[in-house]
Design a protein around this ligand. Structure first.
Ligand code: CA
Length: 222
């Protein structure tokens, strides 16, 4: 699950992104309307957290534009304008929820989660593979029915593998998707994480789940 955070105040953006990342949601921050348009044209998002007062335009116009173009993922408006009229106008223009600033980050996370859950009716949110069951909304992974404790990074890695069963995932792709690193991540770090994930997901005496593709990356075996 990936969430776009459109917010020009760097501190607030970083704070929100961090809180969402702790729940194992991938995030991308856009500091204005132009950056938000680029982000949405480049990759899919499952939800948007949208500030209204942006340096290069109004978040409400951006929202109206997206809805007119058929973007129908949930949008949570985050704004200092907490007048009732503003709230109504935001909801009328296609927002799914509205959180006035200042807000509690726990409440923000809870609302994003609930929007994603509401939206989930039409989407596959549980990934299954050889005794593994990964619930994207509950952020829960089970092996043969038993919960497996994962860090948020390990969870993101497991999600990536389960979404690409059978595909060879290069280290570069893993770095981009799980660490959102456009720079060269120490590949050693990826190897360490994959090893840890294997230890948690594979059972002794069973055929391996993840195969090392020498010099390239990893593959989740069917
Ligand atoms: Ca702002």
């Amino acid at each position: 699950m990936k969430i776009l955070v459109v917010e020009d105040e760097r501190k607030v953006a970083a704070f929100v992104a961090q809180a969402l990342a702790e729940q194992a949601y991938a995030t991308r921050v856009a500091g204005g309307c132009a950056a938000a348009r680029i982000a949405l044209s480049e990759e899919p998002f499952d939800a948007v957290v949208l500030d209204l007062g942006l340096p290069d335009g109004d978040g409400l116009d951006l929202l109206a534009e997206w809805r007119a173009a058929g973007f129908n993922e949930p949008v949570l408006i985050l704004s200092a304008r907490d007048a009732v009229a503003d709230r109504i106008s935001g909801l009328n223009r296609g927002a799914d929820d509205y959180l006035p600033k200042p807000f509690s980050v726990d409440e923000l996370v809870a609302r994003v989660r609930s929007l994603l859950r509401r939206q989930a009716g039409t989407k596959a949110t549980v990934l299954s593979h050889r005794g593994l069951r990964l619930d994207l909304l509950a952020r829960d992974l089970r092996r043969d029915g038993q919960p497996v404790e994962l860090t948020s990074r390990e969870f993101a890695l497991a999600e990536l593998f389960l979404q690409n069963s059978g595909r060879v995932l290069t280290r570069t792709l893993i770095a981009e998707k799980v660490w959102e690193a456009s720079y060269d991540l120490e590949t050693n770090l990826i190897d360490v994480y994959v090893r840890r994930l294997r230890a948690k997901l594979e059972s002794p005496g069973q055929p391996p789940l993840i195969r090392t593709v020498r010099g390239t990356g990893y593959q989740l075996l069917p």
